[in-house]
Design a protein around this ligand. Structure first.
Ligand SMILES: [Zn+2]
Length: 70
């Protein structure tokens, strides 16, 4: 799962390196589903999300985040 420590930001696992338990941002299932969605979007339907790839196949990460959040 992905959690967030108030002092150090996002981390994976049960506790942050500082020992804080953090708050859950994404469960393992949500992390898996988000990863599958993003990889599918990049491989198969980038145009549907308005993702314009450059000549090397890269997209602007801010555009990707906005498209994923929509
Ligand atoms: Zn921490």
């Amino acid at each position: 799962m992905i959690k967030k420590c108030p002092s150090h930001g996002f981390f994976r696992g049960e506790t942050c390196s500082c020992g804080d338990a953090g708050t859950i941002i994404l469960t393992d299932e949500q992390t898996e589903r988000l990863g599958r969605f993003i990889s599918g979007a990049l491989r198969h339907f980038p145009d549907d999300l308005g993702l314009a790839m450059n000549q090397h196949g890269w997209v602007d990460v801010e555009v990707l985040i906005d498209a994923t959040a929509a």
